[in-house]
Design a protein around this ligand. Sequence first.
Ligand SMILES: NC(=O)c1ccc[n+]([C@@H]2O[C@H](COP(=O)([O-])OP(=O)(O)OC[C@H]3O[C@@H](n4cnc5c(N)ncnc54)[C@H](O)[C@@H]3O)[C@@H](O)[C@H]2O)c1
Length: 258
Amino acid sequence: MTNNRFAGKVLLITGGAGGLGAAIAHAAGHQGGSIAILDTNSDAIAELVTNLRSLGITADGRAVDVRDGKAVTKAVGELADSLSGIDILIAAAGGSLGTPRDMDDISDDDLDLVIDVNVKGTYYCARAVIPFMKKKGGGSIVTFSSIGGRSASPVTGVPYATAKAAILGLTRRLAKEVGLDNIRINAIAPGLFLTDRLTGMFEKLSAAEREEVLSGIPLGRMPELRECVDPVLFLASNESSYITGAVLDVNGGRFMPS
Ligand SMILES: NC(=O)c1ccc[n+]([C@@H]2O[C@H](COP(=O)([O-])OP(=O)(O)OC[C@H]3O[C@@H](n4cnc5c(N)ncnc54)[C@H](O)[C@@H]3O)[C@@H](O)[C@H]2O)c1
């Protein structure tokens, strides 16, 4: 255990059964946190919860689609009962979710899926945890934007860019609404992190597009997953206690806001 900064804290991680969410679950658990997972993949939830428990980490999970606001509220209530409330929400469920990148190929259903999971899903999860955070006297929410919502990245398409930019508006406006309840909400905007799913997507890009991504990274290399996990946990933890409504770009310098 590197430190115990999440001792006594319950972290709800959506999309926590895979990719960055699962890496965050492990890291936060190793730093003393109790872990609650919401994800659609019930097998992956069961495997992760068993794995975390075998490491002595308190963990529980529910299979829920974050697009279903009522189901989210019910599952969050059950997890809060079983784990003693919710202190931190990491709203990682999202992505381009296997939809095509180019507008000619994108169906109306693709557009709905990307907007609904990323934007409405984040809204529903935040709405469900806030009453539990108020009961505890405060909390921290980390939302997931993307370099695709901050700039015209060649990796993902218009619906994803739209959704990830919307999450920034959600984050800022909600930060204003819940600040006096001592609840902070900040967004992380990762560049490309090669999780299992994204390795395939990156390999499908043309050589020129891959080169556009790589040559645009001042640090000159692809990141390790840890290099997204650590900034997320900084925003989640008390180390960022005077930061709210902010966006943290974690992209090796590929996008530098003015
Ligand atoms: N990996 C990257 O390079 C990168 C870059 C920028 C932003 N992001 C964002 O980070 C977050 C995590 O990305 P990732 O690469 O780890 O994704 P991933 O696909 O590896 O994992 C996403 C998880 O979310 C779950 N999920 C999908 N739809 C869901 C739904 N409707 N309800 C509940 N759970 C659902 C999946 O089952 C999966 O476990 C996403 O919001 C993504 O847009 C990722």
